[in-house]
Design a protein around this ligand. Structure first.
Ligand code: SF4
Length: 207
């Protein structure tokens, strides 16, 4: 008897906690592994954990996570049904005074951390993968892509799985005023509704 997907994920998370495949573990508090049911048909991938995720050890629990939860609710998607993770599992940042500012992972760090992402794919075998932001979309496509080209339509990722790309929820928070924030939020919810509809059409016959 092989190991169950649930146990496999728990084992992976335990192993990732000791990962030294790239230097990012050194300045982070802890690894932030993916979270969600092992039988999830939909998987969502962001770039990397942020400050609050690093402290909590859980993905998408900070301000961007709250935006995502709200957008998921409006789109009729239950977060509890989705497996959610990041392309890079440790928080990359620089310290400025008392603040820890997000820094984008580089190509080497992304490449090294892909090892874990591939194992999450193998354990969960998702039918539909949503990329949150251009970095996650580029990781999944295996080459740099922009949201201007990829956003809002059915995609085929490099491994042949179906997917969709939209903005990272932190993009909503970075908008300069209430009106642009509301518009960005509405566009994220609309994208997630579309993603759900595409995912449903692909998963309806798959049990
Ligand atoms: S970022 Fe990924 S590859 Fe780098 S140490 Fe952390 S878990 Fe390992």
């Amino acid at each position: 008897m092989g190991i169950s997907p649930k146990d496999e994920l728990a084992q992976l998370a335990e192993e990732a906690a000791r990962c030294v495949r790239c230097p990012l573990y050194r300045d982070a508090t802890q690894v932030v592994f993916g979270e969600g049911p092992a039988g999830a048909k939909i998987m969502m991938i962001g770039e990397q954990p942020g400050d609050q995720e690093d402290r909590a050890g859980r993905p998408f629990v900070g301000a961007a996570g709250r935006v995502l939860d709200q957008a998921l609710n409006e789109a009729g998607l239950q977060r509890s049904a989705i497996y959610i993770t990041n392309a890079v599992k440790h928080f990359k940042h620089e310290v400025r005074g008392k603040r820890r500012l997000h820094k984008h992972p580089n190509r080497y760090e992304i490449g090294q951390c892909r090892w874990w992402l591939e194992r999450e794919f193998a354990a969960i075998d998702p039918v539909f993968i949503v990329a949150l932001g251009a970095i996650a979309a580029s990781v999944l496509m295996g080459r740099p892509i922009t949201l201007a080209n990829a956003r809002g339509r059915l995609l085929r990722w490099r491994d042949g799985r179906a997917g969709f790309a939209t903005i990272h929820p932190s993009a909503v928070l970075r908008m300069p005023d209430d009106l642009s924030r509301a518009r960005a939020f509405e566009s994220l919810s609309k994208d997630l509704r579309r993603a759900l509809s595409l995912a449903k059409s692909l998963t309806s016959g798959s049990g």
